[in-house]
Design a protein around this ligand. Structure first.
Ligand SMILES: *Cc1c(COP(=O)(O)O)cnc(C)c1O
Length: 461
């Protein structure tokens, strides 16, 4: 399998190279050259299999000969062995035709663990085999950073630097990043918002001397391997509910468009998905783009769903690439217009996007009301992000079963949950000492040169 850039102007890579590279050298994102199809009987055969086996069958065609089946299988087994639920991604019923896909049973209690635990293992296998070291830099609105630090801590092949917006992540998220003691992980508290962190990350990748000098690798959802790992649970959930014999719909709380894009890939592979619904919070650029055709940036408002407080949604570029018939020049031009405030999506491209995606938004008060009403009617305590999804899903219930992705455990966002239902959700027992451990973080201004020297000094180059 070959990977090409959404801006059409970067080297073509195999799976392993695309994973170790992250962002393409032309500023674009890697996507598979073709989407492998899964035949009807192959989907039928997934029903009842362990999650790990479904993962192997769904991902293998994208991995090609980059990893042997045995290495890939071993990485998958290790990745999910620390999850707190035997099903890995269990379904819970919320109402007659509405199901919640609980993606928060991993070691940092958010769906990011599904991808990050796996790529931690795959990086280690690949780097050991080539006897190489890399410097991983990631930007986070909270959950990516904790998942990355958890997945890479102690792995000798990688140093990890995570940039998070100071004061804009929850206490649990921050402590998951700042309390690990391994010397290869570094939590950096940045002045600014998530978009500041993400822009800094892109600047580091676009500085080729620095990028090559420290052997920079990225684990944000710009990394194709992360998107791929998330395709798996669309299959496991859909076959549990009767696919491929019937169509299933999904609603996905969305920030950087990575998780929902994984659903789109599942659909393109042949999984009978009826509707894919993008659920946004007040920072609703994606909802506006899909409903009006204008992708116009606005300021970022802090909300009770900080992992979705994003205005520049990086993976949307992958969807645009397909909507523009895989024309890299057209995508590069649109991305250039973002700096001037935004762009209009062409009529043809908008029709393609609307063929695959619907959208909705949840205002702060609606999110809180949803946590309350779901708790009262079902006993399930939702995290605010999952509640954004449930609220938008409820407006879109139809004839096909609806699955809403529950992206984090409620105990990761206890303040917002307490305001909504009057009680604090408990952390699972294994996190009991999180608030007793000492924290370790580095405060940094939004300054590229200072960031580069810090990284060089820490990896002793
Ligand atoms: C990252 C995150 C999201 C957004 O996912 P994207 O792939 O960026 O769209 C939603 N909810 C939670 C809890 C997250 O951590």
């Amino acid at each position: 399998m070959k990977y090409i850039s959404t801006r059409g102007n970067a080297p073509v890579l195999n799976f392993e190279e695309a994973m170790l590279t992250g962002l393409a050298r032309d500023g674009g994102l890697y996507v598979p050259e073709t989407i492998p199809m899964m035949k009807h009987p192959d989907i039928v055969a997934l029903a009842g299999l362990p999650y790990e086996e479904i993962a192997l069958r769904v991902m293998q065609p994208f991995v090609g000969d980059s990893f042997s089946n045995e290495d890939l299988g071993d990485a998958i087994q290790t990745a999910y062995s620390g999850f707190g639920h035997a099903a890995r991604a269990p379904l819970v019923q919320l109402g007659p035709n509405h199901h919640l896909l609980e993606l928060f049973h991993g070691p940092t209690l958010a769906f990011k663990d599904f991808a990050m635990q796996l790529i931690g293992q795959l990086f280690q296998t690949a780097l050991r085999r080539h006897n190489k070291q890399v410097t991983i830099v990631g930007a986070t609105s909270g959950d990516t950073g904790s998942a990355a630090i958890e997945a890479f801590r102690g792995l000798e092949a990688a140093n990890v630097f995570i940039l998070f917006p100071d004061g804009r992540v929850s206490d649990v998220q921050r402590r998951q990043m700042t309390t690990p003691t391994e010397s290869n992980v570094h939590a950096i508290a940045m002045e600014g918002t998530f978009d500041t962190c993400q822009a800094m990350l892109k600047d580091m990748f676009n500085d080729f001397d620095f990028r090559d000098g420290v052997r920079l690798a990225g684990v944000n959802s710009i990394n194709w391997a992360r998107v791929l790992a998330q395709v798996v649970y669309y299959f496991s959930a859909a076959v549990s509910l009767g696919a491929p014999h019937r169509k299933i719909s999904f609603t996905v709380p969305t920030g950087n468009f990575g998780d929902i894009f994984a659903g789109y890939i599942a659909k393109r592979m042949g999984l009978p998905i009826d509707r894919l619904i993008v659920a946004t919070n007040r920072n609703d650029i994606l909802h506006r783009a899909i409903s009006t055709g204008r992708y116009d940036t606005d300021k970022v408002y802090p909300t009770i769903t900080p992992s979705m407080d994003i205005e520049l949604s990086s993976n949307f570029e992958r969807a645009l690439f397909d909507a523009y018939n895989r024309n890299g020049d057209a995508v590069a031009q649109l991305m250039g217009e973002i700096k001037k405030g935004g762009f209009g999506i062409s009529q043809g491209a908008l029709e393609v996007l609307r063929e695959h995606f619907d959208s909705g938004r949840s205002a702060e008060i609606e999110t809180a009301d949803t946590i309350k009403s779901i708790f009262e009617h079902t006993g399930e305590i939702l995290c605010p992000h999952s509640a954004v999804g449930v609220k938008v899903a409820e407006e879109n219930l139809g004839s096909s079963p609806m699955v809403t992705l529950a992206t984090a455990h409620p105990a990761k966002f206890p303040d917002a949950v307490e305001v909504a239902i009057g009680q604090r959700p408990a952390l699972p027992l294994c996190f009991a000492d999180l608030f007793d451990k000492p924290e370790r973080k580095i405060a940094m201004p939004n300054d590229l040169e200072q960031m580069k020297s810090l990284i060089r000094e820490r990896i002793k180059l």
